[in-house]
Design a protein around this ligand. Structure first.
Ligand code: DGL
Length: 271
């Protein structure tokens, strides 16, 4: 048993979709969340900039004596995972491998789609991971840069003409390719599950990368006999921009009020 907290970080608040899954799977755990709201979005940035930001995010979190870190951010997971793993004392779990395993287990047609940010798609990390697992899988990756700002504007509900139009336009090549499994490779996309599921049709399985990373974290801690055994865990939230902006979006991503202390951090001090 291990009462130390689990750290989670993201470019902003989207990573709270992963926190929601961690809390659902492991209600006894304490969670420390950092969202880099002053520098979001990461999704169009270069690998050099991403690495610099991600190292600062990790340095901030490393002050909490963590037993594991979940990189909820798809863009950081696809671009910086190896460096962060080799530099961290605590085990670091990214979203790519767990999602790839789940997608490969679900597909029948062996045609798999991936939607993510530009930087995630450009990294080729998902294709490499699928190839390592099973070179016969046919993977179609697609950047969907308008999805993140639309979710943050609350345009994520079925029937909203803007998101429905954008989703139909973006996803048509994946429909044409006949994928039967679609990896939602970005923190914000679980909020579009209904819209994306509506466009792709009921025969296409959607993989939520945050949920898969949460499961991988639980499995790793269980394997190491490092789960907490308190009755109810808590969460503390840190953001690099003003904490007041946190609540509005936090409830969208967490599914309820944030329910924990929120503090602003000067992330530039962790350079
Ligand atoms: N957190 C990012 C990701 O999952 C999406 C938002 C951004 O571009 O920073 O890739």
């Amino acid at each position: 048993m291990n009462p130390r907290p689990i750290g989670v970080f993201d470019s902003g608040l989207g990573g709270l979709t992963a926190v929601r899954q961690l809390r659902r799977l492991m209600p006894s755990e304490n969670i420390i969340y950092f969202g880099d709201t002053a520098r979001v979005p990461y999704g169009n940035r270069s690998r050099e900039t991403l690495l610099q930001y991600a190292r600062q995010d990790m340095r901030f979190l490393s002050g909490f004596d963590l037993k594991a870190v979940v990189i909820a951010c798809g863009t950081v997971s696809t671009n910086c995972l190896e460096e962060l793993q080799s530099e961290s004392a605590a085990p670091v779990i990214g979203v790519v491998e767990p999602a790839v395993r789940q997608a490969a287990a679900l597909t029948g047609s062996r045609r798999i789609g991936l939607v993510a940010t530009r930087a995630s798609v450009a990294s080729g990390a998902y294709e490499r991971a699928f190839r390592r697992l099973d070179p016969s899988l046919d993977v179609h990756a697609l950047a969907c840069p308008l999805f993140v700002p639309l979710v943050e504007e609350g345009r994520c509900h079925p029937g909203d003409v803007v998101i429905e139009t954008v989703a139909r336009e973006y996803l048509s090549p994946l429909k044409e390719a006949g994928v039967d499994t679609l990896v939602l490779g970005c923190t914000h996309y679980p909020l579009l599950s209904e819209v994306i599921g509506g466009v792709m049709g009921p025969s296409v399985s959607l993989v939520d990368v945050g949920a898969e990373a949460a499961r991988a974290c639980r499995d790793l801690l269980a394997e190491r006999d490092a789960l907490a055994d308190r009755e109810n865990g808590g969460a503390r939230f840190y953001t690099s921009d003003r904490a007041v902006n946190f609540q509005r979006l936090a409830s969208l991503f967490l599914g309820k009020e944030a329910g924990g202390a929120v503090e602003q951090v000067d992330i530039s001090r962790y350079g």
